[in-house]
Structure formats: C-alpha cells, structure tokens
Design a protein around this ligand. Structure first.
Ligand SMILES: C[S@@+](CC[C@H](N)C(=O)[O-])C[C@H]1O[C@@H](n2cnc3c(N)ncnc32)[C@H](O)[C@@H]1O
Length: 338
C-alpha cells in the first residue's frame, strides 16, 4: 500500500496534545501550583522544594504551562499568567478549579452514559446541578464562577450588539450571579434589569453585584421559572438555560416568557448552539455531550430548532446570529396584538 502524503494527520495530533495539556492543567491544580504562585514569582528550585517534586520532569512541566499560556516566565522565575491568576487559584472568587476537576469525573462516565443514556451526575449519587445549593453556598459560588467565565466571552457583545434602545424592563431568567444583566445595564443605562432565579442564588448574586459596583442597578426576584410567573418585561433572556432541560420543559419556559412579555417584547436565547449541518462546530457538539452527562434531559440544539420552538410558542420575526466566539443568539418578538 502506498503511503498517502495527502492525508492530513494533524487532527489526531491536536486532540492528543490537547489531552496532554488538559492533564497538565489538572495536575497543576492538584499540586496547587497556581496557589503557590499567587501574586509572586518563584524559581524552579523554589517550586521544587515547596511542592516536594523530583527534578527530572519539573522544568518541562513548567515551560509547557508557559507555552499554553497558564504561566509566565521572566528570567529564571515563574509566575501565574493573568488567566491562571484569575481562574485557577482555589481561593479566588472567580475560581473555576472545581468545574475542571468535576468535568474529568463526569467525562469518565461517557462510556456508561452512551450505554444507558443517563446523566452521570445523578448516577454517581450527585444531586441535580441546580439543587447543589443543598451542598452549600461554596459549591454554588463555584458553579456561578464557571458561568461567569463563560459569560465573559459573550456578555460584552450581547450588551453592545443587540439593540436595547426600545427596552425598559429586562428580565434575565435564570440569571444566576447577575453578571449578564450588569453588562447590559452598564452599556445601556436606561434599562431596568431584574435577575429571576431560585432563592438560593441570591447571596452569590448580592456578592457579585457588590464586586461589580452594580448593587443599585440590578434587582433580584426569587422564584421558580417553571411554577412562578416571570415579571412583566420588554425583553426576557434565557442565557445558558435551554440546554439544561428537555423539549417539554424548554417549551414551557418559552411559554412563560411569552406570557410575561409586553406586546412587541423580545425573547433572547443564548447558548452554545449546534450548526445546522451538525459537523462544523465541534465545541457545541462537545458541550452538548457535557450537558447530557450533567442533566437527565438536557443537551444541545441547533439554531433552527431553537427558532422553531420560538415560533411554536407564538413568537414572530425570529432571527439567529453568532454571539462571541462560541455561542449563538436567537431572538423572537411577541406580536403587538397579543
Ligand atoms: C446554567 S446556569 C446559567 C446562569 C446564567 N444565565 C448564565 O448564563 O451564566 C442556570 C441558571 O438557571 C437557574 N435555574 C435553574 N432552575 C431554575 C428554576 N426552576 N427557576 C429559576 N431559575 C432556575 C440556576 O439557578 C442557574 O442560575
């Protein structure tokens, strides 16, 4: 058999290398390397002594972390990159360490999930993700940090590029820490924003609003969006919400939004949405699998599916556009005469 020079072999290599990088990141977290380097720089010898490591692998381990952007090296000293300082110190309010550690356990359940179709969180005795407040506010805060991290890649665009000029009352349904609402109000000061979320989300919301200096600008309305009506509004956002639920629950949420919106009001749905051909956007398909590992009935969907759900709920003039590098925004308008 002739050797095929035209075959692009790099896709396999890139997958393998991203696994090595991911394992290096998890190991650095496990060693608490980013905590050791919080706000300081250290030499290989100092890191080695403090973490009690062998000299053979450590220099390449540290330089690999520099190469992937998690550490900085100045002269012979290593420090956290800005990203690691913000997200990978265990004690940072923005820490996403817990999410990454949990992701590894969940994805080890993929073979089982493919056989049974079951969420690996529930199978392993974990609780429903949003009932995690039962496991304490610390778990809840780390969940919110993860969503705020994802939101940081789309909220600025949502606040700037959607036309908020005709909107006064805005409800972020399942708005969590309030970060998206804060972005919208900061960019569009005429908007009055309300975060609607479960009661146990309020303490983390209060803390985040205080951190962002937005406490007076965004209010919190405690409720369950399946059983309590949403507040009356000109615009209602579901950001990273619909992929948590099954089709029936998604339809129920969109009906709730339809009922709460004033005539002419807009529903906005943002999520990692799958491309129509279901092959062009690996990140959205992998996020979909992640949601199926986490939730009993959730998962990804295409922009076209989302638009059809909006139409079924009574919305008109539906549209879809990219939002940030990874997500999409789907919108629909409640008719003026409804
Ligand atoms: C995946 S997070 C998304 C948070 C935020 N919208 C974002 O984009 O970062 C889902 C949010 O929905 C909220 N949620 C879950 N079930 C809810 C319910 N029954 N009623 C109201 N909010 C709920 C959770 O508390 C959480 O804040």
């Amino acid at each position: 058999m002739a050797f095929d020079d035209t075959l692009d072999r790099s896709a396999i290599w890139k997958l393998g290398i991203s696994f090595f990088g991911y394992m290096s990141l998890l190991t650095a977290m496990e060693l608490r390397l980013f905590d050791l380097l919080a706000g300081r720089a250290a030499t290989v010898a100092e890191i080695r002594a403090e973490l009690e490591l062998h000299p053979r692998l450590l220099p390449d381990f540290l330089d690999a972390l520099v190469a992937v952007g998690l550490l900085r090296r100045e002269g012979d000293r290593y420090a956290n990159s800005a990203l690691a300082e913000e997200y990978f110190r265990c004690d940072a309010p923005t820490s996403i360490v817990r999410f990454f550690q949990g992701a590894r356990r969940r994805w080890e359940g993929l073979p089982g999930a493919l056989k049974t179709g079951e969420s690996q969180v529930l199978v392993r005795g974990g609780s429903d993700m949003f009932a995690s407040a039962h496991r304490g506010q610390e778990v809840w805060r780390s969940l919110m940090s993860w969503f705020d991290y994802l939101g940081a890649m789309k909220n600025p665009e949502l606040a700037r590029e959607f036309d908020w000029s005709g909107i006064v009352d805005f409800v972020d349904a399942g708005g969590g820490s309030g970060t998206a609402a804060a972005h919208v109000v900061r960019e569009n000061p005429h908007v009055r924003a309300t975060v609607f979320d479960l009661p146990h989300a309020e303490p983390a919301f209060e803390e985040q609003m205080a951190r962002l200096g937005m406490r007076e600008k965004v209010s919190f309305h405690a409720g369950d969006f399946f059983t309590d009506p949403l507040p009356r509004a000109d615009a209602i956002l579901f950001s990273a919400i619909l992929h948590d639920w099954d089709d029936e629950q998604r339809a129920a949420l969109l009906r709730q939004a339809f009922d709460a919106l004033r005539p002419g009001g807009t529903v906005l749905v943002t999520n990692h949405m799958i491309d129509p051909d279901r092959r062009g956007k690996a990140s959205s398909l992998l996020v979909s699998l992640n949601m199926m590992l986490i939730t009993p009935g959730g998962g990804g969907y295409t922009t076209e599916q989302c638009r059809s759900w909006l139409t079924a709920a009574g919305f008109v003039d539906t549209g879809a556009q990219p939002l940030g590098e990874f997500e999409s925004l789907v919108t629909g308008r409640k008719p003026d005469d409804r």
